[in-house]
Design a protein around this ligand. Structure first.
Ligand code: UDP
Length: 326
């Protein structure tokens, strides 16, 4: 059994990963300041440390005396659009918080560190699909903050021998298969939950952010990957990567445009889901699709769910919990 600290374990991808870790028999402690996470998503009996990672003293006070074999780091500000408005907050909070955590890990014998990283560090690569060897050119302060953390980890390995896996997800979406937990951000900015809120009648229409991108229908193309597939990859990263550090892209390898996501959601929900055309959102690259061959090989990982399944599970969550965790 491995004892795992999961920062941001009350958040979206973190809470799903916690379920997978517990299901595989690991011992889990969650660290979350609940600024965007939900206490309701923490499984009964799982310890929750309410710590703000930006405060080095609070990190030491919360963690000193504990022992962890592995740390999974999800806690971060994670909105591309918002990061274009608040670049310094994103850089300072995400990088500063991660440094406090990595420093603690280096000093306390943590063997493995798994970082929730992002496809946004490839910026507007325009190449399809994107491999780990492609040029890093962060598309936003959010992407840059994750890249800085990846660099800090490479120094933690060189200086302290900390082994790490940076998992660069493309677009996390979906919900636990039974619809018991799912995505809940306030305010919501992500495409699939917004589309489903329109299906539920909570919003009038979806605004499509730009239709003049160089893509097949002019709207942005993304690689949507099921949150349970991401959780499975995190588990594999601590169970299979014995003695090496890696940076791996996680996606399905299939790109869908905003209009195609809308069409799929209309089919899955049976609701009309009206949309209007809006302005481009700063920071959005035209196309982001993953080549995940390395993850498939090194983690022995294959994504199980396609876009239909992603939207059906998200629909189960949203229709059972129209106000999310509230
Ligand atoms: N998008 C949109 N309308 C919305 C929200 C998102 O057209 O109300 C687009 C957005 O521009 C991007 C895609 O949907 O091309 C996915 O955006 P999301 O915020 O879900 O994820 P991101 O790509 O920013 O990680």
């Amino acid at each position: 059994m491995t004892r795992v600290l999961v920062t941001g374990g009350a958040g979206y991808v973190g809470s799903h990963t916690v379920r997978h870790l517990l299901g595989a028999g690991h011992d889990v402690v969650i660290l979350d300041d609940l600024s965007t996470g939900h206490a309701e998503s923490v499984p009964h009996g799982t310890p929750l440390l309410r710590v703000d990672l930006r405060d080095a003293q609070a990190v030491r006070a919360g963690l000193d005396g504990q022992r962890f074999d592995a740390v999974m780091h999800f806690a971060a500000r994670s909105l591309v659009g918002e990061s274009m408005q608040k670049p310094y907050e994103y850089l300072r909070d995400n990088f500063g918080g991660a440094l406090n955590l990595i420093e603690w890990c280096s000093q306390h014998g943590v063997q493995r560190f798994v970082l929730s990283s992002t496809a946004n560090l490839f910026g507007n690569a325009g190449q399809e699909p994107i491999a780990e060897t492609d040029e890093i050119a962060p598309g936003s302060p959010y992407g840059e903050s994750k890249f800085l953390i990846e660099r800090a980890l490479s120094w933690a390995e060189r200086v302290h021998g900390l082994r790490y896996a940076c998992l660069r997800y493309f677009n996390a979406a979906g919900a636990l298969e039974d619809g018991s937990i799912g995505e809940h951000h306030d305010p919501e900015t992500h495409l699939i939950p917004i589309v489903l809120q329109v299906a539920l009648g909570q919003r009038e229409r979806v605004s499509v952010f730009g239709d003049d991108y160089p893509t097949r229908d002019g709207t942005c193309i993304r690689d949507y990957i099921h949150v349970s597939d991401l959780a499975a990859a995190h588990l594999a990263a601590i169970e299979r990567l014995e003695d090496r550090s890696v940076a791996l892209n996680l996606g399905n390898g299939a790109g869908f445009s905003v209009l195609e996501v809308l069409e799929t959601a209309r089919k899955v929900t049976g609701h009309p889901i009206p949309h209007v055309l809006g302005e481009r959102r700063p920071g959005d690259p035209a196309t982001l699709v993953a080549c995940s061959d390395q993850a498939r090989k090194l983690l022995d990982w294959t994504p199980k769910y396609d876009l239909d399944a992603i939207i059906s599970h998200a629909w189960a969550w949203h229709s059972k919990h129209p106000s999310g965790f509230r």
